[in-house]
Design a protein around this ligand. Structure first.
Ligand SMILES: *[C@@H]1O[C@H](CO)[C@@H](O)[C@H](O)[C@H]1NC(C)=O
Ligand SMILES: *[C@@H]1O[C@H](CO)[C@@H](O)[C@H](O)[C@H]1NC(C)=O
Length: 316
């Protein structure tokens, strides 16, 4: 009898698992991918990402397990995407490649087959990309980490008027066209960590978050007054570069300035405060990191008078 019950239960469990609507489980990791969930209902997308678990273990980049949300009725392949990237497998569906699956890449593959498009977010992490793929017009968030992109061209992000975040962490980017980010009216977050960037291009004034840590920015890497007109900038991370000065002026909106591990040797009393106006208070800037620089912060005691908190660094 017990055996029978076990078999019966086993069968029952098997049946219910088999019938579970897998397509409904979207496991979403907000720490890594900040897509407002509302966007999941946007139509341009299609996703099939059987590989995400595998990717996670391979790269350690903690990709979310994006489950199979099939918005498309296209007869998409059941194969893992690696195989899908060989042309023979897309013969049947490539005809409408510029529709649901986004524009065609140079290899003739639609971007959303090569990458994963979910809502208006395009995930291209760890796809061995050499270039920024052509993005669907409505792209809002673009992730292309752990690839081998070497340069950002003038038109890579052209006319993407909804684009809010670009994350190109851990590529080989050494060149960025001066105008590459210029016409992005909504760009808020620009993450270019762990590349080989020597010079920052013109930055849109809508940016709130910039991370260009772990690059090769030196004395001339950041133009004069590069951040002056970024009136919404809150977070500026330029750690682990070769800067020899603090980029000035810093916008009032700035809350966090991380400049650890550079080559900053001196600071002026006017860097953060205004020596001519002792009533001035720079309220927002609460988090300044200057550790790992050959600078003795004790030499300029008046430079911090207007700050809510002392910078972190050598106070010896
Ligand atoms: C961007 O849009 C403008 C005006 O709509 C157009 O002239 C231009 O060719 C577009 N650029 C690209 C790269 O699509
Ligand atoms: C740092 O500056 C203070 C004030 O000028 C000075 O007394 C101290 O000796 C300096 N420390 C080092 C390690 O140079």
């Amino acid at each position: 009898m017990k055996t029978f019950v076990n078999i019966f239960l086993g069968f029952f469990i098997f049946e219910s698992v088999g019938a579970a609507p897998i397509a409904d489980t979207v496991i979403y990791d907000s720490e890594f991918y900040e897509i407002p969930l509302g966007e999941l209902s946007h139509p341009f997308v299609y996703v099939e990402n059987e590989q995400s678990d595998q990717l996670e273990t391979e790269t350690g980049t903690a990709l979310p397990s994006v489950a199979q949300e099939s918005y498309s009725s296209a007869p998409l392949t059941e194969e893992p995407e690696e195989e899908a990237s060989t042309p023979k497998l897309i013969d049947g569906s490539s005809a409408q490649g510029s529709g649901v699956l986004g524009p065609q890449t140079r290899d003739g593959l639609p971007t959303c087959l090569l990458c994963t498009c979910l809502g208006t977010t395009v995930y291209c992490d760890d796809r061995e990309l050499d270039d920024v793929p052509p993005l669907p017009k409505k792209t809002t968030y673009f992730y292309s980490r752990y690839n081998r992109i070497r340069r950002i061209n003038r038109n890579d992000f052209a006319n993407l008027s909804n684009l809010k975040r670009i994350d190109l962490t851990a590529n080989f980017i050494s060149e960025i066209h001066e105008d590459a980010f210029r016409r992005l009216p909504q760009l808020q977050e620009l993450v270019l960590r762990e590349n080989r960037i020597r010079q920052l291009p013109e930055l849109p004034s809508t940016l709130t978050f910039i991370d260009v840590s772990n690059n090769r920015l030196g004395r001339r890497g950041i133009r004069n007054e590069a951040f002056k007109d970024l009136h919404e900038l809150q977070h500026l991370y330029i750690t682990d570069n070769n800067l020899d000065h603090i980029p000035l002026p810093l916008p009032e909106s700035l809350q966090a300035l991380h400049l650890q591990n550079n080559n900053i040797q001196e600071m002026h009393e006017d860097t953060f405060c205004k020596m001519k106006d002792f009533n001035y208070v720079r309220r927002a800037l609460e988090d300044i990191r200057l550790d790992g620089n050959p600078i003795n912060l004790s030499k300029t005691p008046y430079a911090y008078m207007c700050l809510p908190r002392l910078p972190v660094g050598n106070l010896i």
